[in-house]
Design a protein around this ligand. Structure first.
Ligand code: ZN
Length: 178
């Protein structure tokens, strides 16, 4: 889908799994209520979109880490990227998400928010996919045969400090992340 030129549109939440979509809306509402601005820059991604992003990433044309095709939580509707303005509040919003029981990309991937364990599940799914493709075509897919920049692929989400202990805000208000 092409974005209208000169007009910044938010990515749709439609492809996200239900519990993440609802929590994402809660986060967005909390951000705007607090006087900040935020927008969803990437949500659900098809395999083709992830391949395109990964190509851009390994050739140095992407600011944030990109997982290999099949290995991104975005491909399973379990992650979204969210950009906060002013940027100095990005970390606060990430820590809020963690206090709600979600996982955040931390300093290396500050725009990345996901369901608990989403990146670990996606990494496993990506490994399974490579094996499946290798069996089917008797050859490895291109992304399994190249070296990505050191230490950036399949990186588990950086643990961020938990602000609120006990029952999370999202759990209390929506019943998710309990
Ligand atoms: Zn992301």
């Amino acid at each position: 889908m092409k974005k209208a030129k000169g007009h910044e549109m938010s990515a749709s939440l439609d492809g996200l799994v239900d519990e993440l979509r609802d929590a994402a809306r809660e986060l967005d509402a909390a951000v705007w209520r607090s006087g900040l601005q935020g927008r969803f820059t990437s949500t659900y991604r098809t395999r083709a979109e992830q391949e395109r992003l990964y190509r851009a990433y390994i050739s140095g044309r992407h600011a944030f880490p990109v997982a290999p095709p099949g290995s991104s939580a975005h491909e399973y509707g379990e992650a979204f990227d969210y950009l906060v303005s002013p940027a100095e509040y990005q970390q606060d919003v990430g820590e809020t998400w963690v206090s709600w029981g979600g996982e955040w990309g931390g300093i290396p991937d500050m725009v990345h928010f996901e369901l608990p364990g989403a990146s670990s599940r996606a990494k496993q799914a990506g490994e399974n996919l490579i094996q499946e493709l290798a069996r089917k075509y008797n050859a490895l897919p291109w992304w399994a045969t190249i070296f990505a920049p050191l230490g950036l692929t399949n990186r588990p989400a950086e643990p961020a400090p938990i602000l609120g202990q006990g029952v999370s805000y999202i759990c209390r208000t929506t019943g998710y992340f309990c």
